[in-house]
Design a protein around this ligand. Sequence first.
Ligand SMILES: Cc1ncc(C[n+]2csc(CCOP(=O)(O)OP(=O)(O)O)c2C)c(N)n1
Ligand SMILES: [Mg+2]
Length: 593
Amino acid sequence: MAEYRGNEIIAEYLIKENIPYIMGYAGHGAIGLLDGIYDRTDKIQVIWPRIEQAAGFIADVYYRLTGVPVPVYTSTGPGPMNLTIAVANAFYDSSAFLAITGQVTTDQFDTGALQEEYRYFAGDFPSVLKPIVKHSWQVRKVEDLPRYLPKAYKLMRSGRPGPCHLDIPYDLYIHRADVEIPDPQQWSTPIDWRTPASPEAVDKALDMLLKTPRPLILAGGGVMVSGATEELKELASYLNIPVYTTLMGKGVMSEEDALYLGVAGCWGDYPAAEAARNADLILAVGARFADLHCASWLPGYTYNIPPTKLVQVDIDASEIGRNYPVELGIIADARAFLAQMLAAAKAKGLKREGKAWLDEVYDYKTEWRNFVEPYAENTEVPIDPRRVLLDMRRVAPDDTILVADVGNNQAWVEQYWGTPQPKTHITPGGFAAMGFGVCGVLGAKLARPESPCINVCSDGGFTMTPHAVATAVEYDLPVVWVLFNNYSIGCIRDLQRFYLDGREIGTSFRKVKTGELWNPDYAKMAEAMGGHGVRIEKPADFAPAFEAALKSGVPTLLDVIINRDTPVPLTSTWQMPPIPAAEPTFGKRKVRT
Ligand SMILES: Cc1ncc(C[n+]2csc(CCOP(=O)(O)OP(=O)(O)O)c2C)c(N)n1
Ligand SMILES: [Mg+2]
């Protein structure tokens, strides 16, 4: 035991956990914390973008690529409130970081001191985070810190990951206590949380897969989180079963793999939706059957469950049978389960032939390829977003990490960005917070300094968090933003066009007096923040500019003026009840009973 200040306990514990960064934004409620880092910057670097939510988005992406949850600090009151959007985004995508928020001092509770949430309950910020963290602790004395820190680290990384929270009265950063700084090896890291399935459940699932003529494997975000990409590939190829994914699962398997069918969803890939409609059994791993994936659960667009039988595997029992009945539900970690399935199949020498089904799904793939490929040569002005993404794929190295933002830009990426290597596509699928990708791409670069890191966004998302360029310049993070400029919050405008009889209001960026479409000059904005910026209006100019941006070593924004009226093809649908769902524009609804 020894005397430590609260801030020293935090710094020492983080260093023992090998945490390389602390990210956030200071205020009077955070400088005590930062003072504990002051002498330890050789081990832990402070990164502070221009708003708390940006720090959360950066930490979120960093976790997705490294599995390391970094702390994100804020001051009191508005600082923590600014962070909430990023906490929620991480929570609903099963990503993690440790939110450390400042609180009024221990002797100021219920005084209404500056920035205290006191009018319902004293120092009540934890209530704000209630629906969006795995656990929240409010620290009451310095001695709590060595108890709570390992608990938070244990919980964030194990099972289904998620953010955790420490609310810390800022006097506790300075007060001292006689404590021992815990060793993560004893309290947090040696936990084996990879729950396998029972051998009986594995045998039953295998038996069902082998007996059925039209099986599919659905890989959700849980497969990505669990790090099960190898196991998935091996099982699929050993059993000869086609694989498709949710949007969160995009990139769990190389898109060049013959068995890979793409993403099923409103704006997914046709082969995936067509196969899902026609399958008789789906083995779903780490997928929660959300509305955009399932055509708002209307039969025949993505699914016919039942009659299609569902075997659903998830580490979180609450997701099993949430929206569809299951033939068999299995609570297990994705990686442990897929490895068990492969071992059991090999031990019994079980194989599938299933040529007729494979021939059928390969035909779907050919149909889709014939539709997609010509867009690579599209010379239309304003530029077709498909042309941009197909050009990007041609130019970018295979290990390029693409972090998507939210909106049509995200859906274009979903359909036209190939992921030749697993785990190179990151998207905010669950909570879909705009600005996630614009800032999060910096977390990708911190995690993968050797790989090109790009963000595809649009004018809405970029203008919410444009200061990401300044942060990239400050920290020398040469990322590339490809901004699909459509002078609108495009996907919402599309809902008005297609679901509300074209009654557009509040969705295009215009000068009110003249009605002229207007946006800031994004290239100049990037230049003003110390980066490079290029405005691109002709399709042939994009690829050379993109190639130059990747090579430049300077944070670069490409402002690409796209055709704002081109809708993203619907391969399934999404409903805004009570308005009837739109019909797919590629492929057809097929209800099977
Ligand atoms: C912070 C936040 N506010 C609002 C929304 C609702 N929303 C979802 S997509 C979208 C439009 C995004 O516009 P833009 O970034 O320009 O993308 P585009 O659809 O034009 O590609 C909006 C407003 C959201 N997801 N996040
Ligand atoms: Mg837009």
